[in-house]
Design a protein around this ligand. Structure first.
Ligand code: HEC
Length: 112
């Protein structure tokens, strides 16, 4: 009985040590923000899902004011979802809003 308890404890310790080593080896610090994404990447992977595909209005090439874009992204409206800073950081949103304002219309996009 005492022996098997010792073996069980030993195994548990080995598993904990392996887990600790595994997370250290992954090289990713928990609680650290992800690197900032370029505005065209955010647009393509998040906004372009709806805008330019007939779901949301066309927003490229319309010189939309950055303040309007930022309000829409943080607050949402009807079919437009809101996004938290953990999804799109403030720095990413600032760059994205300016990038959209200055963007040219993309003739491949569909919508009105
Ligand atoms: C799930 C689909 C969806 C996604 C994803 C989405 N939008 Fe929208 N968006 C909409 C819809 C639908 C509207 C129209 C809302 C309304 O007027 O009622 C809209 C409206 C807007 C408007 C106002 C446009 C105007 O003509 O006044 C802006 C600006 C905007 N979205 C920016 C963004 C940005 C930037 C992103 C990416 C971070 C994004 N949206 C992601 C669906 C989406």
């Amino acid at each position: 009985m005492r022996k098997s308890a010792c073996v069980a404890l030993g195994l548990g310790g080995a598993v904990i040590a392996a887990l600790a080593a595994g997370s250290a080896m992954a090289g990713q610090e928990l609680g650290q923000p992800l690197p900032q994404r370029a505005p065209e990447k955010v647009y393509a992977s998040v906004c372009g899902y709806c805008h330019g595909t007939n779901v949301g209005p066309i927003i490229l090439g319309r010189k939309l004011a950055p303040a309007l874009i930022k309000t829409m992204v943080r607050s949402g409206m009807n079919g437009m979802p809101s996004f938290r800073p953990s999804e799109i950081s403030d720095a990413e949103l600032n760059d994205l809003a300016v990038w959209i304002e200055k963007s040219k219309a993309n003739p491949k996009e569909k919508g009105k």
